[in-house]
Design a protein around this ligand. Structure first.
Ligand code: ZN
Length: 128
């Protein structure tokens, strides 16, 4: 199943309702499309021990990977009115599985689509 960038972003936007962000109030939702057409959502989950906080993008990836998925086509990330570009840790995390994934965000009402390699041109990679 293919899914439009607009639809994937809508799903990410809808997922924000489940974000757990009592400290920052910055609620993020992500929607991840797998190679086989399934969508996994994620939200940011903060913690009293700040270092234990996890971003929406990695939550979506962790859910999918733990269900056996390994290939991903695109991920939409929504923080409401503000554009939310994946942080450095998430960029590296996503690169491990899908260097060519497209990252969809929205800025000033317009969807922006960037290949991950543009956001992270020189990723760290170990030989497998
Ligand atoms: Zn992140």
């Amino acid at each position: 199943m293919d899914i439009s960038n607009e639809k994937l972003y809508e799903i990410a936007e809808g997922a924000r309702a489940n974000a757990y962000a009592p400290f920052s109030g910055f609620c993020v939702g992500a929607a991840l499309l797998t190679d086989d057409g399934e969508v996994y959502t994620g939200v940011n989950i903060e913690n009293s021990s700040y270092g234990a906080t996890i971003c929406a993008e990695r939550v979506a990836f962790v859910k999918a990977i733990s269900e056996g998925k390994r290939g991903f086509r695109k991920i939409a990330v929504s923080a409401g009115a503000e554009e939310s570009i994946p942080c450095g840790i998430c960029r590296q995390f996503m690169y491990e599985f899908s260097p060519e994934i497209e990252v969809i965000t929205k800025a000033a009402g317009e969807l922006k689509v960037r290949p991950l390699t543009e956001l992270l041109p020189e990723a760290f990679v170990l030989d497998k």
